[in-house]
Design a protein around this ligand. Structure first.
Ligand code: CA
Length: 249
């Protein structure tokens, strides 16, 4: 038997739309899992065996696979290994076995979590959503760390090389501390940032006036008149605000 059908449910407002594969030969269990996931707005595809899910993975990438360890055609652990070889989607192991060795092996092979049968459908959904959240946060963090060039009104900050390029093309090499402050600004323009938010973890105290010194230095470079700053404004009693629009590349 191969893949049966794909169910797509109506989206509730704000629902996640991450695609989830359920690999489970027991139809009753599969339906229970799918119904629970669909209640939360997840599109779900059901596969009765390993062969059919591996075939589908050639043309589609799910966000997460729920994998039963006891499948008719392939050992679940081996399937997890093969899924991991073609995609880095989340993996939740579903197992009726009580052997600890299976769970340990599954987790070592890259599964994110496991649920032992019998299970509460809501418990399974909670595990699935927790995995998706963790992976989503990790993905955003790595996307943010890959952002390198921040451009604002003709200036470009190269966050990786500590270089600030002026609108006329002149390049200024700036210190790590200044780069870090400027980066904090360009990552959150149009927001009031407190001294604490602008300080790095290495800095000793938010009372430290070094933050003001760094901002003065940055202003001397980028402001037309550092005495009347228009890009980095002081918000009295609160902190500072970066007022330019920033684009990243
Ligand atoms: Ca089974």
């Amino acid at each position: 038997m191969s893949a049966c059908f794909t169910l797509r449910s109506a989206t509730e407002p704000g629902a996640l739309r991450q695609l989830i594969y359920v690999v489970e030969d027991d139809e009753g269990v599969a339906r229970l899992v799918m119904r629970a996931l669909e209640e939360f707005g997840h599109p779900v595809a059901w596969f009765r065996d390993g062969k059919s899910v591996l075939r589908r993975l050639q043309t589609e990438r799910p966000d997460l696979c729920v994998v039963d360890l006891g499948l008719p055609d392939i050992d679940g652990i081996e399937l997890i290994r093969q899924i991991g070889a073609v995609t880095n989607c989340g993996i939740l192991i579903l197992t009726g076995r009580s052997h600890t060795i299976d769970r340990v092996m599954g987790l070592e092979l890259g599964a994110d979590d496991y649920v032992v049968k019998p299970f509460e459908p809501r418990e399974l959904v909670a595990r699935v959503r927790s995995i998706l959240r963790r992976r989503g946060a990790a993905g955003q963090a790595s996307a943010a760390s890959q952002r390198r060039y921040a451009s604002f009104i003709g200036w470009t900050l190269d966050c990786a090389a500590n270089i600030l390029r002026a609108p006329d093309g002149t390049e200024h090499v700036i210190g790590t501390a200044e780069t870090q402050v400027l980066r904090a600004f360009v990552e959150r323009p149009h927001q009031i940032l407190t001294r604490e938010q602008l300080l790095s973890q290495r800095d000793l105290s938010p009372m430290d006036r070094s933050i003001d010194v760094r901002i003065s230095r940055i202003r001397r470079k980028i402001e037309a008149d550092p005495q009347i700053p228009k890009i980095i404004k002081t918000v009295y009693g609160a902190g500072y605000m970066f007022t330019a629009t920033v684009t990243w590349s």
